[in-house]
Design a protein around this ligand. Structure first.
Ligand code: HEM
Length: 501
C-alpha cells in the first residue's frame, strides 16, 4: 500500500516536472512569437515573419557573408525600412543616415553603438567601440594625427611606399605579366599603416607576402563576424566553440600579443617622425592615453586604415578596367596631367576631376563596409525618417543596399563616374548623391577620411600612369563577393604592361 502511494506520488511529481519544464518554456515561446508579431511597437514594420520573432535569420545571413545582398533584396521587397530582428530595423534613405548617425541637438541623448555588434577585445575598448566619454577623449587626441598638417608631414613616408609598390609591380610584371592587384594594394596599405601606427612597416612589399600579423588581421575580422551568435545567444557559446576552429581563436590571441609587442617597441624609440604615436605621445596629462589604450587603439587603426582603402583600390581597378569608357577617360586625364612620374603628389592629384568622380563612384558601388553599423535608439526614443522609434531598438543604415537602390540612382548597379561631375547628363541629375555615406557621418564618422582620399588618389595615379592594365578572364565576376564586415576579396588578376610615354 505504502509502495503504491509512493509510486503514485513519484509519477505525479514527474508529470508536474515535465509539465513545468516543457509547457512553461513552450508557452513563453508562443507568447514571444505572438508579442513580436502583433503587439511589439515594431510590429507595424515590414520584413520576414521569422526575423520579427527571432535573430536567427540575421545570424544566418551574417555567417554566410551574404548579409549585404540579403538586406538589398529585403529593401527591394518590403521598402525603405525593414525589420530584420525582434528589435532591429535597417534603413536605406538619406534622411535615416542623418537621424541615426548625424550630430544631435544638445541635450538629446546620442545613438550609442550597438554592443551586440561592436565586440570589445581583450585590451578593452578602442575608439570605434568605446562609450561616448572615452570616445571623445580618444578622438580629440587622435585627431591631431589626422590633421591637414599631419597629412602633409606624412606625405614623404606614404610616397616612398607607393613608389615601392610601383617598382615591385614592375618586377612582378617582368616575371609573370599578371598580378593579383587586390593583394598588392593590401601589401602597400599594410606597410603604410604599419609605419604610421608602429613606426615600422610590415615588410609586405619587400617580401612580396603577408606578414603573419597581417594574416591574423583577416582572421580577426572574420572571427568578429562569426562570433556574433555568442553575443546574441550566450547559451550557444559551448556549441559554437565546438565548431569554431581553435586555430582561429589562437591566432586572434597572437594578434593581440604581437600588437602589444609592437606598441612597446615603438614606445622605446625616441623619434619625432610624423607617425600616429608621435602625435599621441605629445600629451602627457589627463588627455593622454594609457599604454593599454594605445595597444587597443593601435590594433584598430591597423584594421580601419588598411582593409578599407585596399578594398576601394581593388574595387576601383576592377570597375575601371571593366568599363572601357571610364578607363579611356581616366588614362587621358592622368597621363595628360603629368609629364613625368615625379609630378604626381598629394596636391597635384587632388585637381583631377574624373579621377575623383571615379573614386566616389567606386565608394558607391563597392563600399568597403557594405553591411550595416548599428546604433541603439537612446532613452526616450527618437524620430527616424519621420517616424517615432522607441528606445533600445537597434537601427542602422545599410551601405550596399542604399547605394544600389534604383529609387536613389539612375542605373544603380552600373559604374558611371559621370554622375559625380558638375557637367552631367540630365538623367543623372536626380541621383541622390547625399545617400552615399561610406565614411559614415556625425561625431563618429571616419577619422581617416582625408588620409584615405590622399592615398587613393596617389596610388591610382601612380599605378595608372605607369602601367597599361587589363582584367584577366579569371576575374570578370570579381565584384560578386562575400563580406564579413569588410569584403572577403577574391584574387583580382590583372594583366600589366609598362605604358609608353
Ligand atoms: C576608403 C577608406 C575608408 C572608409 C570607407 C572608412 C569608413 C569608415 C566608417 C564607415 C567608419 C565608421 C564606423 C562605425 O560607425 O562603426 C569609420 C571609422 C573610423 N575610421 Fe575609417 N574608413 C576608411 C579609411 C580609414 C583610414 C585610412 C583610417 C586611418 C587609420 C581610418 C580610421 C578610422 C577611425 C579611427 C574610425 C573611428 C572614428 C571614431 O569612432 O571616432 N579609416 N571609417
Amino acid at each position: 500500500m505504502i509502495f503504491t502511494n509512493l509510486t503514485t506520488k513519484t509519477v505525479e511529481a514527474t508529470s508536474l516536472l515535465i509539465y513545468v519544464t516543457v509547457t512553461v518554456p513552450l508557452a513563453y515561446l508562443v507568447w514571444t512569437i505572438i508579442y513580436n508579431l502583433f503587439f511589439s511597437p515594431l510590429s507595424r514594420f515590414p520584413g520576414p515573419k521569422l526575423a520579427a520573432c527571432t535573430n536567427l535569420p540575421y545570424l544566418y545571413w551574417t555567417s554566410t557573408g551574404e548579409y549585404h545582398y540579403k538586406i538589398k533584396t529585403l529593401h527591394d521587397k518590403y521598402g525603405d525600412v525593414v525589420r530584420t530582428g525582434p528589435k532591429t530595423l535597417v534603413y536605406r534613405t538619406p534622411q535615416a543616415w542623418k537621424d541615426i548617425y548625424g550630430h544631435r541637438k544638445s541635450g538629446a541623448g546620442s545613438f550609442l553603438k550597438d554592443p551586440q555588434f561592436y565586440l570589445r577585445g581583450p585590451r578593452g575598448p578602442n575608439i570605434i567601440n568605446a562609450d561616448d566619454e572615452y570616445h571623445s577623449r580618444a578622438r580629440r587626441l587622435l585627431s591631431h594625427a589626422f590633421s591637414e598638417k599631419a597629412l602633409r608631414d606624412q606625405e614623404g613616408l606614404i610616397q616612398s611606399y607607393v613608389d615601392m609598390l610601383v617598382e615591385r609591380l614592375d618586377g612582378e610584371f617582368l616575371a609573370s605579366r599578371t598580378a593579383d592587384m587586390s593583394q598588392w594594394y593590401n601589401f602597400a596599405l599594410f606597410d603604410i599603416i604599419g609605419d604610421l601606427s608602429f613606426g615600422e612597416p610590415f615588410g609586405c612589399l619587400r617580401e612580396s607576402q603577408y606578414h603573419p600579423w597581417v594574416k591574423m588581421v583577416f582572421v580577426s575580422i572574420k572571427l568578429l563576424s562569426l562570433a556574433r551568435p555568442l553575443v546574441v545567444y550566450p547559451f550557444l557559446a559551448p556549441i559554437a566553440r565546438m565548431f569554431l576552429p581553435q586555430r582561429l581563436e589562437r591566432m586572434r590571441e597572437e594578434h593581440f600579443a604581437l600588437t602589444t609587442e609592437k606598441v612597446h617597441q615603438r614606445l622605446e624609440t625616441k623619434t619625432e617622425r610624423p607617425d600616429f604615436m608621435t602625435y599621441i605621445l605629445r600629451f602627457d596629462d589627463e588627455r593622454s592615453m594609457t599604454t593599454r589604450e594605445m595597444e587597443a587603439n593601435a590594433a584598430v587603426l591597423i584594421l580601419a586604415g588598411s582593409e578599407t582603402t585596399a578594398s576601394v583600390l581593388s574595387g576601383f581597378t576592377f570597375y575601371v578596367l571593366t568599363s572601357p569608357n571610364a578607363y579611356r577617360k581616366l588614362l587621358q586625364e592622368i597621363r595628360g596631367a603629368f609629364k613625368s612620374y615625379d609630378e604626381i603628389n598629394f596636391q597635384s592629384v587632388s585637381q583631377l576631376a574624373y579621377l575623383n568622380a571615379a573614386i566616389e563612384e567606386t565608394l558607391r558601388v563597392f563600399p568597403p563596409v557594405p553591411g550595416a553599423t548599428p546604433r541603439v535608439v537612446p532613452k526616450g526614443g527618437a524620430l527616424i525618417d519621420g517616424e517615432f522609434i522607441p528606445e533600445d531598438v537597434s537601427v542602422s543604415g545599410a551601405h550596399y543596399s542604399t547605394y544600389h537602390a534604383e529609387e536613389h540612382f539612375t542605373e544603380a548597379d552600373s559604374f558611371i563616374p559621370e554622375r559625380w561631375l558638375e557637367d552631367k547628363d540630365e538623367c543623372y541629375k536626380s541621383d541622390k548623391l547625399g545617400a552615399v555615406q561610406p565614411f559614415s557621418l556625425g561625431p563618429r564618422n571616419c577619422l581617416g577620411r582625408n588620409l584615405a582620399y590622399a592615398e587613393l588618389r596617389l596610388i591610382v595615379s601612380k599605378v595608372f600612369w605607369t602601367f597599361d592594365m587589363a582584367i584577366d578572364r579569371s576575374a570578370v565576376d570579381w565584384n560578386i563577393q562575400k563580406a564579413y564586415n569588410v569584403w572577403e576579396r577574391k584574387p583580382l588578376m590583372v594583366k600589366m604592361s609598362r605604358a609608353q610615354h
